[in-house]
Design a protein around this ligand. Structure first.
Ligand code: HEM
Length: 509
């Protein structure tokens, strides 16, 4: 007929092949058969029973019955946007990552912001950590920087993550509370886990009630590596800073907004982008050598520690602009799969034991959330770079691989890819390892209070009042006195005036 196969808006690159626009089209079944009547089921007589034969009704209802997929086990509630990252300079002295190879180089991104504890329908302005996950569709494959809006984390080792999340999620017997940390189980765990103290200070501060996703910082949290073409490596921390400034709500506002508009952050992000007020964030790095790291009074592999800017200043390296809302919430925001294992040549992991566990967790959970091993083919997850390998089959396979050879080595050839080699392909940084295989942790991981105190001391008097208010609000909802007492004894180690002010609010001074 001369028409394109599906109604298509030829607007935005590679996703156009899967964009559908049904305006002015005939309604069809999934087999493309035109549907004459979309109002009435097929019956034996106008007042008779519905017929098993009604394949149109059954297809429609069956599809509806399976519309929901499991929500993310954490970070279930989120909002996302498309945009681009623009590199300020040529960073090839530090990294061979192609997205940083030239000033002005642009890389498409998809960014999802989220709360952690709440369910998919929970309120946006709950006191919680926020996820800040960026997928860079680089020309050498996807790089995901799966960060948070707080630069440290509750625990040091992935072994404890299921316990942390079981403690923070609604209590299993009654499903209360749905979207806040104010309950016995969370504070029970926290009060037995002194390594969480630094993160708890941030979580009780204004940082945990951001005003908007547009005014929120982001952090890679872990120490990562940059590796250049010669194979030299430095350590790096990643920081996103919103160019509109970092702003928070106050608790009273957050509570009221939560009732009046549970979509407050989602709506704000959507409407700003629709209005052409594109959110912008600068990416900065802290770069330091392994030798420098050895001189720090903390361990850079410990995710409960920051690297203070007095020790290593921030170096801005690029800017991210979010300029397009998704076309479809489910297809993009819900089905996107971020993963710390998605790194590209020029970026590498460190031995941070929290990061090491995350490398496993994301792919594993997504196999169940997104129905099998082929979710990398879902358009929002597919890289802009081409994919060629010998992986085959599995649930929902889309790619039609051709030829009879799907193994290597082979002598029959015929469409089989070859390995890229060290110069082009991803190569792990060859870090020497000579130690005993043990469970345990380094000595410096045991300092749980110095940086919590540093954070407290960095706050203005008003911010300090808010932190005291946060602890008071949360701990007054804890029923078990021993948990409150344990928390107070942790707070004494941070600052005595802080502990005394919280104790007074609890009637325990
Ligand atoms: C989401 C595991 C620590 C940031 C998730 C998901 C899992 C997970 C299973 C759901 C993924 C999905 O269904 O697509 C873990 C484990 C951790 C850990 C095992 C520790 C061992 C962290 C840390 C950060 C973080 C330290 C921040 C630096 C995020 C973000 C998301 C997420 C931003 C949401 C991604 C999205 O928007 O889809 N995590 N996580 N996680 N995690 Fe973690």
């Amino acid at each position: 007929s001369g028409q394109p196969p599906i109604g298509v808006n030829n607007t935005n690159g590679p996703l156009d092949r899967v964009r559908a626009d049904s305006s002015d089209r005939e309604l069809t079944t999934n087999q493309g058969v035109p549907v004459a009547d979309n109002q009435n089921s097929l019956k034996a007589g106008l007042r008779g029973p519905t017929l098993m034969e009604d394949f149109i009704l059954r297809e429609k209802i069956t599809h509806f019955d399976h519309e929901r997929i499991p929500e993310r086990v954490v970070h279930a509630r989120g909002s996302a946007a498309h945009g681009y990252f623009e590199s300020y300079q040529d960073l090839s002295a530090l990294t061979r990552a192609s997205l940083f190879s030239a000033p002005g180089k642009k890389t498409p991104v998809f960014v999802r912001f989220s709360t952690v504890a709440g369910e998919r329908g929970s309120t946006d302005t709950a006191r919680d950590v926020r996820g800040f996950a960026v997928k860079f569709y680089t020309d050498e494959g996807n790089w995901d920087l799966v960060g948070n809006n707080i630069p440290v984390f509750f625990i040091q080792d992935a072994m404890k993550f299921p316990d942390l999340i079981h403690a923070v999620k609604p209590e299993p017997h009654n499903g209360i509370p749905q979207a806040a940390s104010a309950h016995d189980t969370f504070w029970d765990f926290a009060s037995l886990m002194p390594e969480s103290m630094h993160m708890l200070m941030w979580a009780m501060s204004d940082r945990a009630i951001p005003r908007s996703y547009r005014t929120m910082q982001g952090f890679g949290v872990h120490t990562f590596r940059l590796v250049n073409a010669a194979g030299d490596s430095v350590f790096v921390k990643f920081h996103w800073t919103p160019l509109q400034g970092t702003h928070s709500l106050v608790w009273d506002e957050a509570v009221k907004i939560s009732g009046a508009d549970p979509d407050f952050h989602r709506r704000d992000l959507w409407e700003a982008i629709e209005a052409g007020e594109f959110p912008e964030y600068e990416l900065a790095i802290q770069v330091f050598t392994e030798q420098q790291a050895e001189s720090f009074p903390f361990d850079v592999l410990d995710a409960t520690k920051i690297v203070p800017e007095e020790l290593v200043p921030l170096q801005p390296i690029g800017k991210m602009v979010l300029n397009r809302n998704p076309d479809n919430f489910f297809a993009e925001t819900e089905q996107v799969a971020f993963c710390t294992a998605h790194i590209v040549p020029g970026i590498d992991f460190t031995n941070d034991p929290l990061l090491q566990g995350r490398i496993h967790s994301y792919l594993d959970t997504q196999i169940s959330r997104l129905g099998g091993p082929n979710f990398h083919e879902i358009p929002i997850n597919a890289p802009v770079a081409q994919v060629h390998n010998n992986q085959r089959d599995g649930m929902h396979r889309q790619t039609i691989n051709r030829g009879r050879v799907a193994y290597e080595p082979n002598s029959l050839g015929g469409g089989c890819p070859f390995q890229a080699g060290r110069m082009k392909g991803f190569t792990s940084f060859p870090q020497p390892i000579t130690e005993d295989k043990v469970r345990g942790k380094p000595e410096l991981f045991a300092d749980h209070y110095s940086q919590a105190r540093l954070f407290w001391q960095s706050q203005t008097p008003v911010e300090k009042t808010h932190i005291i208010g946060g602890f008071r609000f949360e701990l007054t909802r804890v029923q078990v006195p021993a948990i409150r007492e344990r928390m107070l004894s942790m707070l004494v180690n941070v600052d005595e005036t802080l502990a005394a002010a919280v104790a007074e609010g609890l009637g325990m001074d």
